[in-house]
Design a protein around this ligand. Structure first.
Ligand SMILES: [Zn+2]
Length: 450
């Protein structure tokens, strides 16, 4: 006798768009077709979720998988495995750190060819906005980029040029016409560069000295200038990895004036402080830098009032050799894409009682909406069956060997968590279960619907 469903996930606490309730989830052909207190009938496969929570799988809007071109740092295969292990079923890969950088259609196709073979979960790509590719934005849109990324400061990659103010203005005009968003890394180029050179010349190279080369003002000033350009052009703007409460306040004020702008922040700005960075060393180096406890507390307050649209990982690993030597010269980038959801379960839900529905919005549905990724980010009929099964109370220490990254260098290694991802489904197929990847890569390219 045939089954009515391909999969039924039975009896979990389902974190749905309207709240958390006990329900069965029925799946056919990769899509959620029913979310009901009790689904009659049978599934070709049944999963018992009693005592567990079912979250919409995370949509990580900000990773650097370095593939193709820097596969000794990370690969799409290893990075997408780590995402699945962390409860994510889709991601937006950044246009730099891979080589070639995603600055034109040929580079987009080269990366898409790798991802089609190697990605365990679904993916979309960011295109770059640099002074060198202003005439390539349209062809990137035709390829299906989810948006564009620009740097107001040095990007860390020589081939990915900094967007001067003129490039930012012209780029925003074009991107607004294309109906796509622009994400900007906001730090003042001239001040950060001058302070870095002074610190190097005076051999001030510690973690604290590094933080002092990129003080809060450098982010705040750059956010204010970028907001003015977005207001003028009408371009949808996302401020990347906001690290200061003052920058969030500028974004909130601009939104109230009608500017189409959102804040992204990253788990590590909510979890760690400068003291942790001193203790953890270069594994916790990133830019903008992780700041003090007073700022962290203000960031949480703004997360609670809904001023932060989504939380990504900014997963940006490197060859471990680049993390050696003095802190100032070490690679700036944190490997963390396996830990975003567990870290929020630990520090948002258990410590601060941020609601589970709010956590699902921050990790999945808000990004799916902002980037117009149809079918992603919600547990509701008609959506893709991208699900993360979570044991909310399981406490554990994350061992380096638990990490699926190419290199087990992460500030999250050795940390205590409460809240574990036990299984992840991509479009109704199990991709991760009980610490192991399942099956072969079957991720698909996501194109925004604009
Ligand atoms: Zn980044």
């Amino acid at each position: 006798m045939g089954h009515q469903y391909d999969l039924i996930v039975r009896g979990g606490q389902v974190v749905g768009p309207d709240g958390v309730r006990t329900a069965d989830i029925g799946v056919c052909a990769g899509k959620i077709v029913a979310v009901e207190p009790e689904i009659p009938g049978s599934g070709a496969e049944t999963a018992d979720a009693a005592g567990l929570h079912v979250f919409p799988a995370c949509v990580d809007a900000h990773v650097h998988f370095d593939d193709p071109g820097r596969t000794e740092w990370e690969t799409i295969r290893s990075g997408s495995s780590a995402l699945a292990a962390g409860g994510a079923a889709s991601y937006l890969d950044m246009p730099l750190n891979c080589s070639p950088c995603t600055l034109n259609a040929a580079a987009f196709r080269a990366k898409a060819a790798v991802a089609a073979q190697d990605s365990f979960v679904d993916y979309a790509f960011w295109g770059g906005l640099t002074p060198q590719n202003l005439d390539k934005l349209e062809e990137l849109a035709e390829c299906g980029v989810a948006g564009y990324k620009a740097f107001a400061c040095f990007s860390g990659i020589d081939e990915f040029g900094r967007a001067d103010d003129y490039t930012m203005l012209r780029g925003m005009e074009k991107i607004a016409k294309l109906g796509l968003p622009l994400m900007v890394h906001c730090e003042n180029a001239e001040i950060t560069q001058a302070l870095t050179e002074q610190a190097k010349a005076e051999n001030r190279v510690s973690a604290r000295e590094y933080g002092a080369t990129r003080p809060p003002l450098t982010e705040i000033e750059s956010v204010a200038r970028t907001l003015a350009l977005a207001e003028e052009t009408g371009c949808r703007l996302i401020i990347a990895h906001v690290s200061t409460a003052e920058a969030i306040d500028l974004v909130t004020a601009a939104r109230e004036k009608g500017v189409d702008v959102y804040c992204e922040t990253i788990g590590h700005y909510l979890i760690f402080t400068e003291e942790d960075v001193v203790r953890l060393g270069a594994a916790a180096k990133c830019s903008p830098p992780i700041r003090d406890e007073a700022n962290r507390a203000k960031m949480w307050a703004r997360l609670l009032t809904g001023e932060i649209a989504f939380v990504s990982s900014d997963h940006s690993p490197s060859d471990p050799k680049l993390k050696e030597g003095d802190f100032l010269r070490a690679w700036g980038g944190i490997a963390g894409c396996q830990s975003t959801l567990p870290a929020l379960l630990t520090h948002a839900w258990h410590e601060r009682r941020v609601g589970l529905r709010a956590i699902a919005a921050l990790t999945a549905s808000n990004a799916a909406d902002i980037f117009a990724l149809p079918g992603k980010g919600r547990i509701a009929p008609g959506f893709d069956a991208d699900l993360a099964l979570v044991d909310l109370d399981r406490a554990y220490t994350l061992a380096p060997g638990d990490l699926f990254y190419k290199h087990q260098v992460s500030p999250y290694a050795g940390r205590r968590f409460r809240g574990a991802v036990t299984r992840t489904w991509l479009r109704g197929r199990t991709v991760f279960r009980d610490g192991r990847m399942v099956g072969e890569p079957a991720g698909r390219l996501l194109r925004p619907v604009v």
